[in-house]
Design a protein around this ligand. Structure first.
Ligand SMILES: NC(=O)c1ccc[n+]([C@@H]2O[C@H](COP(=O)([O-])OP(=O)(O)OC[C@H]3O[C@@H](n4cnc5c(N)ncnc54)[C@H](OP(=O)(O)O)[C@@H]3O)[C@@H](O)[C@H]2O)c1
Length: 262
């Protein structure tokens, strides 16, 4: 799809991968709306994005926690009034807990007193249900605007799970399955559905799992732009492609390789 003259919403656009994606779109002269929970961080990110704009880009921000239906509804209402030309929705905001299944929560970062059900519910809610809900509410807006797209940001662990990120992997697997069926459901519409599948990326998000060894967020953003331009439904960034091919030829060996250094 075309990556210029767009109005792009990026959830979780104040840091990491979302910010890098926002920067790419701003540098191409697109109009960008970023969301996040922390207003000060969001405002700062929007200001620095405006400085990087070379063309006629416009950068808006809106405080919204994607995990609550109240905030999602407020975001949808804001878009209908202030950003009605939306034609690319990037579902990037995500939640993760380090939560090995046995010994129970050993070394995990699930908040004290919270077991798997609560930690997993937060991930499923943010990484899958919130995305599905926002998509459902914004599909009419996207459709009204003609050629448009939805990008769901999953992960390499959506198809080869990480044992320390068991519940997070399950939430991204749910997002992956949903994304495939959404693509099928929207096949006859003007909306293209993409899945962005990063490997380990060096962001705040991945600090606890050795994120400093990961690739730069900019590489993910560059691959997204290239993937959109080539209409690649699944954009498997860097090592994700190798792991994907490995998982097709030998699922068990791929699983062992994914978890070899844990
Ligand atoms: N980093 C990796 O290794 C990696 C690998 C594969 C996939 N991913 C996926 O990539 C996406 C982005 O991760 P990242 O590494 O860029 O994270 P990050 O650096 O921690 O940035 C997360 C961004 O999302 C916002 N955010 C977090 N929770 C939110 C919520 N409930 N509602 C709205 N905004 C929220 C944050 O701002 P506030 O905190 O102010 O809300 C921030 O702007 C996630 O879906 C993640 O699962 C990451």
């Amino acid at each position: 799809m075309n990556t210029q003259s767009l109005q792009v919403l990026i959830t979780g656009g104040s840091a990491g991968i979302g910010y890098a994606i926002a920067k790419e779109f701003v540098s191409k002269g697109n109009k960008v709306l970023i969301t996040g929970r922390d207003e000060a961080r969001l405002k700062k990110a929007a200001e620095s994005l405006r400085k990087t704009a070379e063309g006629p880009s416009e950068v808006l921000y809106f405080v919204s926690d994607v995990s609550t239906s109240t905030d999602r509804n407020k975001l949808v209402a804001y878009i209908k009034t202030h950003f009605p030309g939306l034609n690319l929705l990037v579902n990037n905001a995500g939640a993760a807990h380090l939560h090995p299944l046995y010994p129970v929560a050993a070394g995990g970062n699930a908040p004290a007193g919270r077991g798997i059900a609560e930690a997993a519910a937060e991930e499923i809610n943010t990484n899958y249900l919130a995305v599905a809900d926002l998509n459902e509410k914004l599909i009419p807006v996207l459709e009204a605007n003609g050629a448009s797209g939805i990008v769901n940001v999953s992960s390499i662990v959506a198809f080869v799970p990480g044992v320390k990120l068991a519940t997070y992997s399950a939430s991204k697997a749910a997002l992956h399955a949903y994304t495939r069926t959404l693509r099928h459901a929207l096949a006859e519409t003007s909306i293209k559905v993409f899945e962005l599948m990063p490997p380990l990326v060096n962001t705040d998000f991945s600090k606890e799992i050795g994120g400093e060894n990961g690739i730069a967020p900019k590489q993910v953003a560059d691959d997204l732009i290239a993937g959109l331009q080539r209409n690649k439904p699944e954009i498997r960034v860097g090592q994700t492609e190798d792991m994907y091919q490995y998982s097709l030829s030998s699922p068990e060996e791929a699983f062992l390789a994914m978890n070899a250094n844990l």
